[in-house]
Design a protein around this ligand. Sequence first.
Ligand SMILES: [Zn+2]
Length: 472
Amino acid sequence: MDCTTARAFIDRLWDDEVIPNLVDYIRIPNKSPAFDPDWQAHGHMERAVAQFSAWARAKTAAIAGASVEVVRLDGRTPVIFIDIPGAGSETVLLYGHLDKQPEMAGWAEGLGPWIPALKDGKLYGRGGADDGYAMFGALAAILALKAQGVAHARCAILIEACEESGSYDLPFYVDYLAARLGSPSLVVCLDSGCANYEQLWLTTSLRGMIGGTLTVKVLEEGVHSGDASGIVASSFRILRTLISRIEDEATGEILPQAFAAQIPPGRIEEAKIAAQALGAEVYSKFPFVAGMKPMKDDPAELILNRTWRPALSTTGLEGAPRLQDAGNVLRPATAAKLSLRLPPTVDADAAGDALKALLEAEPPYGAQVTFELEKAGSGWNAPPLADWLRASVDKASKAAFGRGAAMMGEGGSIPFMGMLGEKYPKAQFVITGVLGPHSNAHGPNEFLHIATGKGVTLAVAQVLADHYAWGR
Ligand SMILES: [Zn+2]
């Protein structure tokens, strides 16, 4: 592949078509079904699917044997399946999604989740980076190869619409499309992060997650706190006690062995190398308030904390009035939504059972304590990189960014990857993405770093070319 020609092709396609398409797409509030239970009636998902598939059809119309299909299983979110024939007998699976996270508060003036805004090389708005660009980037990479007659293997592009809800529809599509998907020897996932915008980052592991609602009930109704406090235990204090069974409240360390994993030595080594490349960037990307410090000083330890150690977040609270409405009342109940991230190799179902048992055992004062487990998804630890792919991603990163590739685990989850790892144990994985510092997927002011989107596209083209050369 001639990189200069490919870069010029990709830059032009992005500027002329990809960015204008993403601008339109950002305007569509196609929230994932978990955040829009009436998604079918609202029709936003349909608009996004129509827009994406129309572009894919237009761009593949001239490719002999190529097909773009919107696959619909009854009652499920749709999937876009693009099949592009190639040379040789191998298959590459390229993955992304088009459903979005909900709005979130805190968008800066002039910005908003459904308001596309181009500023300083960034496209602001919900879903551009997570993960609207994926289909466009994957297709642009293939088209860049076609434009200069470089061979690639057959490419199957799968774009789902349920990722932000935990991909619960996807296994059905993977089964339904099994024969057409074949057995890919390379999986390219464009829904992950990068630790900076200066090189290609490969995600080598993902954490799992279990989440649910912990409810503590102490009274049938609220009573005067002056009357009851000292006799009736506070539901908030009991909740705190229960959480301390899991977490050391002084350090944040997760205590039970059920949630811990042995960190492979290679991953510790990798974290040290990434820490050297990043230094303070490991934590400075977060919008700390003045005076606030990260949980540890050593960047390598912080990377391991974020990628290979369990950690608890309390993502929702209920049972308390707004501050302005709070009288002197001993409240009847407190509930918290708990999200426990798990090391990549911990079984999430077993961890979920352990969490429920720990929280519900011997409730203090005989309070009514329930933990309702709502989700459990295991993480994923990538198989070792094959030599050809290690060389390829490094070459691709240098061509696209002028610097070699780097590797690191991610703290988040992509449920599909665990599923694919099990289904295709021999496949190699390139899991990468544009979610770098401040890009803030899921939060306010999400942006797509356009130069990185173009760079990742070029890198994918290089990897596809090298994959064909390997498999020939
Ligand atoms: Zn995503």
